[in-house]
Design a binder for this molecule. Structure first.
Ligand SMILES: NC(=O)c1ccc[n+]([C@@H]2O[C@H](COP(=O)([O-])OP(=O)(O)OC[C@H]3O[C@@H](n4cnc5c(N)ncnc54)[C@H](OP(=O)(O)O)[C@@H]3O)[C@@H](O)[C@H]2O)c1
Length: 254
């Protein structure tokens, strides 16, 4: 049978996307819904989620949750299955960065907060999705890492540690819970609220230096996430994909 290349469809699938009220998570939720998935959007602020839902087409719903809270993961997974009948795709996208500075100078509160949202959240939400759905019917987990998880650098060391651990968790879980596929995405600088300070300070310079001559947009990341979640990517698991406009090539070229 001839299959039209890259006809990325999520028809018949149910996706749960964390951090979906803005930025990359919103773009992923919108693109997955446009590709045929039923989508549950979650983040902490219900009013922002409702505003995003009002602009979306397709079978979508919203629920407020805190990703650092394992109970919230259980409840949100259960609510998604209750609302849509199943769960096929979990996107652990929500992330935070409350601290800029040398690793050894971080206080315990901001260390814990960064790990709570960026690592503990994806781990316990994945466990909840596995127990409630994927153990019986294999699904897909997508973890939003960062290029910062692949290299050391100034200012973002604590955040980068959480993303490095998330990349390792991706590989570890892929081995433990296959045939459920577990994948990571490691974006470079993407224009969102989260990255506003970096975009304001370095955006123009970086865009000129990148081989593709522009910064990333949430849609760039959403396109990759939707492909990885689809059956077209059914032989891919355990890997984390860098998507950075060629920033790594620039580094390699010196
Ligand atoms: N932008 C970049 O340049 C870049 C680069 C590499 C990786 N990333 C990663 O990409 C992901 C998305 O980033 P973004 O740039 O789209 O960020 P963003 O625009 O700040 O959006 C973050 C989303 O996460 C939600 N969120 C934050 N803390 C949460 C919590 N404790 N519980 C539940 N939801 C929470 C926010 O909603 P509420 O405030 O309503 O909770 C929001 O929907 C993050 O994991 C980030 O580390 C971003």
């Amino acid at each position: 049978m001839y299959i039209r290349p890259m006809d990325v469809s999520l028809e018949g699938k149910v996706a749960l996307v964390t951090g979906a009220s803005r930025g990359i998570g919103q773009a992923i939720a919108e693109t997955m819904a446009a590709s045929g998935a039923k989508v549950m959007l979650t983040s902490r602020k219900l009013d922002q989620l409702e505003a995003v839902k009002a602009e979306m087409e397709g079978d979508v719903d919203v629920i407020a949750s805190h990703v650092g809270d394992a109970d919230s993961g259980e409840k949100t997974v259960a609510a998604t299955i209750e609302r849509f009948g199943s769960l096929d795709i979990l996107v652990n996208n929500a992330g935070t960065n409350p601290y800029y500075g040398p690793v050894l100078e971080v206080d315990q509160g901001r260390w814990d907060k960064t790990f709570e949202v960026n690592l503990r959240g994806p781990m316990f939400w994945s466990a909840a999705a596995h127990r409630a759905a994927f153990a019986e019917k294999p699904g897909v987990i997508i973890n939003m890492a960062s290029v910062g998880g692949l290299r050391s650098g100034p200012h973002l060391g604590v955040y980068n540690l959480t993303k490095a651990a998330l990349i390792h968790l991706t590989k570890q879980l892929a081995g433990e819970i296959g045939p459920t596929r577990v994948l990571g995405i490691a974006p470079g600088l993407v224009v969102t609220d989260f990255a506003q300070a970096l975009v304001d300070n370095f955006g123009d310079k970086l865009a000129k230096e990148l081989p593709v001559k522009r910064l990333g947009e949430p849609q760039d990341i959403a396109n990759l996430a939707t492909f990885l979640a689809s059956d077209l990517a059914s032989w891919i698991t355990g890997e984390t994909y860098v998507i950075d406009g060629g920033a790594g090539v620039k580094d390699a070229a010196g």
